[in-house]
Design a protein around this ligand. Structure first.
Ligand SMILES: Nc1nc2c(ncn2[C@@H]2O[C@H](COP(=O)(O)OP(=O)(O)OP(=O)(O)O)[C@@H](O)[C@H]2O)c(=O)[nH]1
Ligand SMILES: [Mg+2]
Length: 335
């Protein structure tokens, strides 16, 4: 089941429905240093997918049923997901039947092409802030996925694009959570609005939005809790923050970023469904791709959920958050 309808390609370039102020420009091609870092971060995934694929295809003369079964096994165990793996295998099989593909050595190129199609992110309608108001992004996800770290990295990124950023400590349930966000605010050299531990998160956000408007802030990033006593109470709390944000600033939050930990593999997809049903996610941030061989999850998430991947996390450093670029990603895991 798709959670989001896919948009036609032509809609992607509609300037009226996007928010250029908050979207990093596509990086220039030929940025060898950045690509090298991405490739390095994805080493485990590359070994899992491309390494095993190369070994499977080496010296093969024809595409047999047995070869396709082994191919399926490789894709499936790289966490691409059952449905997406099946579609990839079907596409290869169709090409073989139509005699467009007979040389096993060309399977890799065919897979890359098909995966790239799956990764072309759908472009959701973007809400734009009213003139003079900040863009508000609420950052959600289960505990430990990397919400606070991602906010710190994103703050640094926006700030280096010349934007004025404000962080909001709406995870008030643990003192350490507020402290951690303050550490990131210092690192990224941006302001943070906080209250005492145990304060009502919605009230913190409400006050922070007043401060954001009066200080002429461009981007507000709201850090939220990942765990409460029950899943239900977490969802209720997040919905309340969402509601209060909209009451304070019409149209806000303009973006809801769901942070998913790539190392959890298929679990990430069920988390996405749950949060999306409760809050309407606009962007996925996939973290910890550097520590896992499960990077294939990117393909499954994009294709099965129809939600765009906005950024990927490839390390714990402040520079380790990258805008997701399907072509670079495919190249980094295959070559
Ligand atoms: N290797 C790696 N580690 C990451 C990445 N992103 C986050 N982490 C680490 O993951 C751990 C948890 O990150 P947090 O940002 O505290 O996660 P959180 O979602 O805010 O957690 P809670 O506040 O407990 O819900 C930290 O040790 C981070 O350094 C990443 O892209 N790569
Ligand atoms: Mg946190």
């Amino acid at each position: 089941m798709r959670l989001f309808g896919r948009k036609e390609k032509s809609e992607k370039s509609d300037p009226g429905s996007t928010v250029p102020v908050n979207h990093p420009a596509p990086k220039a091609r030929g940025d060898a240093g950045l690509f090298k870092r991405l490739r390095q971060g994805l080493t485990k995934t590359r070994d899992s997918i491309a390494g095993r694929l190369d070994r499977l295809l080496l010296g093969r003369k024809e595409i047999t049923g047995e070869l396709l079964e082994e191919l399926e096994e490789i894709l499936f165990t790289s966490d691409i997901g059952v449905a997406t793996t099946q579609e990839l295998i079907d596409a290869v099989q169709d090409k073989v039947k139509r005699k467009e593909l007979s040389d096993p050595a060309k399977i890799k190129a065919s897979l890359k092409e098909q995966m790239q199609v799956f990764l072309e992110a759908p472009s959701p309608e973007r809400r734009t802030p009213a003139p003079g108001q900040p863009l508000v992004a609420m950052v959600i996800g289960v505990n430990g996925v990397g919400k606070t770290t991602t906010i710190g990295k994103a703050a640094h990124r926006f700030r280096s694009e010349g934007k004025k950023v404000l962080l909001v400590a709406a995870d008030t349930f643990r003192a350490a959570a507020v402290e951690q966000l303050c550490v990131w605010a210092r690192r990224a050299e941006v302001d943070v609005v906080r209250q005492e531990t145990g304060a009502d998160p919605s009230a913190v956000v409400f006050d922070a939005l007043s401060a954001a408007v009066s200080r002429g802030v461009d981007v507000v990033l709201v850090d939220t809790a990942g765990r409460l006593h029950t899943k239900q109470s977490l969802m209720d709390e997040l919905r309340k923050i969402h509601r209060v944000t909209g009451k304070k600033l019409t149209g806000a939050p303009h973006e809801v970023w769901l942070v998913l930990d790539a190392t959890t593999g298929q679990n990430a997809i069920s988390q996405a469904r749950m949060f999306h049903e409760a809050l309407g996610v606009t962007d996925i941030i996939l973290t910890k791709l550097d520590g896992t061989a499960k990077g294939g999850i990117v393909v499954g998430i994009c294709h099965e959920l129809g939600l765009p991947i906005r950024f990927i996390g490839i390390g714990e450093g402040i520079e380790d958050l990258r805008p997701f670029d399907p072509a670079d990603f495919i190249e980094a895991i295959f070559d």
